[in-house]
Design a protein around this ligand. Structure first.
Ligand code: IMP
Ligand code: MG
Length: 180
């Protein structure tokens, strides 16, 4: 395994391996298959960052479910701008549905807070938050994810869907920015 990669002008080190990710993704899927059995949940995949996580997770979901995609953005470079732009909105009705949000990472929690406000306006029955990564120390908003893949340090991560200035999403491991 290559444990150091360069993306644009920065060097990153392996932080979570593809095997570790797959094991955890399978564990979360098993829990969701139990907690949402019979509820016909609607999985809401937050693009772009969650596309690989969502793909791996949903392949292990065996209960009846709907899947939809929405796109939000709050990052530029390696720090959060705090400004959230909804790029692609919701098309279907969420009324009375059990929503399961699939997110790649919760950092300050601003994106999730903003998203929850938008979703609550659509009167869903319940909202469950699944995030692969949780930067607990960086959290500003009062957000409690229901399922967390890994609690991570407040450092910039890339790979497995996460990008650094649009690059690095395709890598199977998750990498952390190397400090000089
Ligand atoms: P928040 O609004 O500060 O919680 O940021 C959430 C969004 O910022 C995530 O959905 C990611 O798209 C992005 N993000 C946060 N931390 C990182 C990181 O370490 N690497 C890449 N993207 C990140
Ligand atoms: Mg994201």
């Amino acid at each position: 395994m290559i444990d150091e990669v360069t993306i644009l002008d920065k060097t990153f080190l392996v932080y979570i391996t593809a095997d570790q990710i797959q094991n955890r993704v399978n564990e979360i899927a098993k829990k969701l298959n139990i907690s949402h059995n019979g509820k016909n949940p609607l999985f809401l995949v937050i693009l772009n960052g969650s596309f690989i996580f969502a793909s791996d997770l949903l392949k292990k979901i065996s209960i009846d479910c709907e899947i939809s995609f929405i796109k939000l953005a709050s990052y530029f470079g390696t720090s959060s701008t705090g400004k959230i732009t909804t790029m692609i909105g919701l098309s279907e009705s969420l009324k009375g549905k059990d929503i399961i949000i699939i997110e790649d990472i919760i950092d300050t929690g601003r994106t999730m807070k903003n998203l929850l406000e938008i979703l609550h306006d659509h009167n869903p029955h319940a909202i469950t938050i699944v995030t692969l990564l949780f930067k607990k120390e960086a959290l500003i908003e009062n957000i409690k994810p229901d399922y967390v893949g890994f609690e991570v340090q407040d450092k910039f991560l890339v790979g497995y869907g996460l990008d650094y200035n649009s690059f690095g999403r395709n890598m199977e491991n998750i990498y952390v920015l190397k400090e000089d």
